[in-house]
Design a protein around this ligand. Structure first.
Ligand code: KG4
Ligand code: ZN
Length: 393
């Protein structure tokens, strides 16, 4: 099955062409073309992602990304096509609020034919709604003109499934989802989410725990701001913390491990963030002190994430644990889980995503789209809506 996948839920405009086959238990994928444009440099100036700016940038870049992905896949089929006026009107109606996108798409569709796609998958949530709508409307227009089935992909399902993949040793563009022992416990940690979900059977989820306030990625970003580090803060905090660890011999400032001792699998990060604020308030920190604060913060985060995941493993009897979302890129979190799962839950298999799957991309949307397409879970373009709060459970 050849899928086109589109991701615009936050600040990455991404389009992928994915070849996929197999079953839920044994699926194989090859990336044919992958285009991704990060808006990070634009949002950095504002210190965060502004939904309307993200929306404008997606509208500006989606056709360029589509063109690039198809080109890389060798699927850019140039011809002259006389689009019926009714189609042109439909595209204009769908994209009336996405400035300039209708014109660009019409120009593309009058010069390129359907490259033999079997499905178009698009993120319809969760995420920033204005940003999501651009991708959704774009996908609807493509599905309509090319007459291809449309699949709605849940962004978090994309994070989870892509984190279960194993690379194909013979082909760097290929990977598989196989030999996964169910039930799976997913720890989804990103800028908007911190949740533990059990996948008892493929695509069937139960919420085991979630944050009561800030998401862990958000806490990283806020602590980074307190330390005058640029957005997005996660990777910056991580760099500082790793420097402190390399130096060694440090007496760490004491920070709380919120909710670690209670009997739930829920999280709280706002108290930790406030504790960091009090720790540094009114002080002019040296670079070394900043590294120590970053280190102490990461240690607290690692303890809480692992402690809650560990409790959830016991509660669910999961045989596999998988980390997904932007924060799963974090070196300390990856190391903590690798060491402590081996030691404390040796019977559980740990899956940590390859770095290319940790932050937002369209490959993961293609994977989620394939699993949904296997179940013929197609959507009528008229019924698809972007939903910023779309839930897995
Ligand atoms: O999944 P993602 O790319 O976007 C959302 O769906 O939210 O996650 C972005 C979040 C940001 O908060 C970012 O600071 C954090 O992931 N992040 C990290 C690292 N890389 C990204 N946090 C800690 N360490 C990292 N290396
Ligand atoms: Zn994400």
């Amino acid at each position: 099955m050849k899928l086109l996948a589109i991701e615009t839920s936050c600040d990455e405009t991404a389009v992928t062409v994915l070849e996929a086959h197999g079953t839920e238990d044994d699926a194989s994928f090859t990336i044919l073309g992958n285009a991704l444009l990060s808006q990070i440099d634009i949002h950095r100036e504002y210190g965060g992602v502004f939904p309307m700016v993200a929306k404008r940038e997606h509208a500006k870049n989606l056709v360029v990304m589509l063109d690039q992905a198809l080109e890389e896949a060798g699927l850019k089929l140039n011809t002259d096509i006389a689009l019926p006026q009714t189609r042109i009107d439909a595209i204009r109606a769908l994209l009336e609020r996405e400035e300039g996108l209708a014109d660009a798409l019409i120009a593309f569709l009058t010069t390129h034919e359907n490259p033999g796609l079997d499905a178009i998958a698009v993120t319809h949530g969760p995420g920033l709604e204005p940003a999501l709508w651009v991708g959704v409307n774009f996908a609807k227009a493509l599905a309509l003109v090319w007459d291809v089935p449309l699949v709605g992909a849940n962004h978090m399902e994309g994070h989870l499934l892509s984190a279960l993949t194993t690379p194909d040793p013979e082909n760097p563009s290929a990977f598989h989802i196989r030999d996964v022992a169910l039930p799976v416990l997913g720890l989804l940690i990103s800028g908007g989410h911190t949740e533990l979900v059990a996948m008892d059977d493929w695509l069937s989820y139960r919420l085991i725990g979630q944050t009561k306030d800030d998401a862990v990625g958000e806490a990283f970003d806020k602590v980074a701001r307190m330390l005058s580090l640029p957005y997005p803060g996660g990777p910056e905090v991580s760099k500082l913390a790793e420097r402190a660890r390399e130096r060694g011999n440090i007496v760490l400032p004491a920070l709380p491990r919120p909710m670690l001792g209670d009997s739930t699998c829920d999280f709280s990060f706002s108290g930790l963030k406030t504790a960091v604020l009090y720790l540094i308030k009114g002080r002019d920190l040296t670079d070394t002190e900043k590294e120590e604060v970053a280190h102490a913060f990461e240690e607290a985060v690692g303890d809480v994430l692992f402690g809650k995941a560990s409790r959830a493993l016991l509660e669910t009897g999961a045989k596999t644990i998988v980390l997904g979302g932007g924060v799963s890129a974090n070196t300390h979190v990856r190391r903590t889980f690798t060491e402590r799962i081996a030691k404390e839950h040796p019977e559980v298999s740990l899956r940590i995503p390859e770095p290319r799957f940790t932050t937002d991309n369209a490959i993961m949307i293609g994977i989620a789209g394939f699993y949904r397409a296997l179940r013929k879970d197609f959507m009528n373009p008229g019924d698809m809506r972007a939903n910023g709060n779309l839930s897995l459970t």
